[in-house]
Design a protein around this ligand. Structure first.
Ligand code: CP
Length: 313
């Protein structure tokens, strides 16, 4: 595999899940694969799990990770083609990506959306610029529209915890006070579309995700109906897609409670705001998988890095 920028880079998710489970059983089985190779992690935005689990994954493979907070610590990067750089940006992505490629064998990038310019966000200009101008493989650590390392993690976690062959999985919107990206929800939808699950998405009317991503997946505006007989409830807030990036609904009735959840397992990518998205009783209860999910971030990242390392010339 050359780059990992989207969940669609996975050809066979079932075989990837089995490989990730094997890595989890023996994390140091390939500890020499990445010897003398460097992973550069570039963060344009904050992170706890992605930052640490991706480094841990690299270390398990014998790689040397180096990390940079690009926003704030690096020169402001210009992404526009032909721009007269007389504003706040000091270095063009053409030079920046080429330079970092000399220091790193793989570059991982986190760059969130603007949530103000839909066209720019959907063009994935930051991630795609790295793919275009770097000479080494690129890993998406959450871009404007996708979080494929998280989605692979979520697929692994569902597979590990499924008690039946075709579990019912519900993706539910929940309220939040801030405008949040669509990336986690988008990639989760795409992952579930590749899995053998009974998949339902529930959100308030008008809060649809990108129709090109939802495709034929079932959408039910009634959360109670959607949750009926659910085995897994995956919860995420996203800002409005149509009135792009706006917070038009903070209805607390969409918060996840223990009563609503019933016997279903609770999933969230974290970080999560307690008693806004989900009540304490759920996160502190035995049906919460969030800590297990966060643990699986290491093995999802390790599998992606392993596949890229195996294909490095
Ligand atoms: N889920 C996730 O990506 O967590 P961080 O933002 O802390 O990396």
């Amino acid at each position: 595999m050359k780059h990992y920028t989207s969940i669609n880079d996975i050809e066979n998710i079932q075989s990837w899940i089995q490989e990730a489970k094997a890595l989890k059983r023996n994390p140091l089985n390939y500890k020499d694969l990445g010897k003398n190779k460097t992973l550069g992690l570039l963060f344009f935005n904050s992170s706890l799990r992605t930052r640490l689990s991706t480094q841990k994954a690299a270390l398990n493979l014998g790689m040397d990770p180096i990390v940079m907070n690009v926003s704030g610590d690096a020169w402001g990067i210009e992404f526009g083609d032909g721009t007269i750089m007389n504003g706040n940006t000091a270095e063009h992505i053409k030079e920046a990506a080429a330079v970092v490629s000399q220091y790193c064998d793989i570059i991982a990038v986190r760059a969130f959306p603007t949530l103000t310019d839909k066209e720019k966000d959907e063009s994935e200009h930051v991630l795609k610029s790295f793919v275009k101008y770097a000479s080494v493989p690129i890993v998406n650590m959450e871009s404007a529209t996708g979080h494929p390392l998280q989605a692979l993690t979520d697929a692994i976690t569902i597979s590990e915890n499924a008690k039946k062959e075709r579990p019912k999985v519900v993706l539910s919107w929940a309220p939040h006070i801030k405008a949040l990206p669509h990336a986690v929800a988008n990639s989760f939808v795409q992952a579930m579309q590749k899995m053998d699950v009974d998949f339902v998405v529930t959100h308030p009317e008008g809060y649809n995700l990108n129709p090109d991503i939802i495709g034929n997946s079932t959408v039910n505006y009634n959360q109670e109906e959607a949750f009926k007989d659910a085995d897994f409830v995956y919860v995420k807030n996203w800002s409005n897609y149509n009135d792009y990036g706006k917070v038009l609904n903070t209805d607390p009735n969409w918060m996840i409670t223990k009563e609503k959840l019933g016997n279903a397992k609770f999933m969230h990518c974290l970080p999560v705001r307690r008693n806004l998205i989900v009540e304490d009783a759920v996160l502190d209860g035995e049906n919460s998988l969030v800590i297990e999910q966060a643990n699986n971030r290491t093995y999802a990242a390790q599998l992606v890095l392993k596949k890229i390392l195996e294909d490095l010339k």
